[in-house]
Structure formats: structure tokens, C-alpha cells
Design a protein around this ligand. Structure first.
Ligand code: AKG
Ligand code: FE2
Length: 186
């Protein structure tokens, strides 16, 4: 389990919320999202005493970070919850919520749990990857005050997402791609 700022790096790390949108009914044992209720309030872990993100290198410190998340949540007696949504249900969490995928115990090893996971920040906050992936340095306008960017998918400023039907098509396209790509973090 993790907190998103360790891996989703922003110019202002605390200005973030996230959501898990179920694209199908999620079956028990399919590796559902789990989270410690109220864990967005645990004492902050700072890598090297400074950063909310992990540098991807110091394996020991990363291990220590993951371990302390459980310890802190257990010390505060926070309940470990499972999100078992129906298609279309959404879990929205505050930046520091401790969450992650659970073990797959379903008899069918090919069971899916298709979702759209999205991280949100204000327009004046930039994802860190803007600094080194120039192709993806794009904020596509959806409507007034709403923009989207993606680390994984090439975005074009010209995608004409201006109504709900088109947004739906975009989500379907992203979901289709997502099933073909590998899970990249836990
Ligand atoms: O779907 C999952 O298991 C977790 C995804 C997640 O935590 C994330 O993308 O931040
Ligand atoms: Fe996450």
C-alpha cells in the first residue's frame, strides 16, 4: 500500500486528490482497492527528511516508508477497508490516503478489475514529468477550468472533447489501452 505523492510527483505535492472509477462491477477477490480509513491524516513521511516523493533509487528507504505506513495506521487503529464498487461507482481520496491493490484470491486468475484511476491538481500545479517528457507536456482542455494530462498516453491539444459523449469515448479508449498495459505500481 502507498500514498500517491511518493510516485505521482507534482510541483506542489500536497495539492492533489485522486479517484478510482469502476469501469465494471468489481468482484470479490479480484484484487480490489484497499485503504486505511482516515489515513490521509497520519504523520507525514519525508524522504531524506525533505521530499514527499521517492527518488526511485533508495530501495531501503522505500521499504522503510512502506512499512511505516502500516505501523502508523495500526497505531491509530484505522480500519482497513475494501472498495467493492459497482460499475460507475467512484472512490475519491485526499492526497495522503494510504491505499493499494489487494491480493488476488479469485478462482479465475484472469478476473479483471477495470478502472480509471485519476489524479487531480489545480491548473497552476504541474506534474513533474513535464520537465523531462516533452511530448506529454500538454494540458488538454475539457471545459472551462477542467484540463487533463497523461504520463502514459500521448495527448493532443486538438482532441475535441467538448461534450459528455466524447468524454465517454475518451474514457473507453483509455480503458481499452489500459487493459493492454502493465500495472506499474502498487
Ligand atoms: O488500482 C490500484 O490498485 C491502485 C492504483 C493507484 O493507487 C494509483 O494509480 O495511484
Ligand atoms: Fe495510488
Amino acid at each position: 500500500m502507498h500514498q500517491d505523492p511518493a510516485y505521482v510527483v507534482l510541483s506542489s505535492p500536497t495539492k492533489m486528490a485522486a479517484s478510482w472509477i469502476a469501469l465494471e462491477d468489481i468482484e470479490a477477490g479480484s484484487g480490489e482497492l484497499i485503504y486505511y480509513e482516515g489515513s490521509h491524516r497520519i504523520e507525514e513521511f519525508l524522504f531524506k527528511g525533505i521530499y514527499k516523493h521517492w527518488d526511485g533509487e533508495d530501495i531501503e528507504m522505500h521499504h522503510e516508508y512502506l512499512k511505516t505506513l502500516h505501523t502508523k495506521c495500526q497505531q491509530m487503529n484505522l480500519a482497513l477497508k475494501k472498495f467493492q464498487p459497482k460499475k460507475g461507482d467512484v472512490l475519491i481520496w485526499a492526497v495522503d490516503l494510504v491505499h493499494g491493490g489487494s491480493e488476488i484470491t479469485h478462482p479465475n486468475p484472469n478476473v479483471t478489475r477495470r478502472s480509471l484511476v485519476t489524479h487531480y491538481c489545480p491548473y497552476d500545479v504541474n506534474p513533474n514529468y513535464f520537465r523531462f517528457i516533452s511530448d506529454n507536456r500538454v494540458k488538454v482542455k475539457f471545459k472551462e477550468g477542467c484540463y487533463y494530462s497523461s504520463y502514459h498516453y500521448k495527448m493532443s491539444n486538438s482532441i475535441p472533447v467538448n461534450n459528455i459523449k466524447m468524454l465517454f469515448q475518451l474514457i473507453k479508449r483509455i480503458a481499452g489501452n489500459a487493459t493492454q498495459s502493465k500495472k506499474y505500481s502498487d
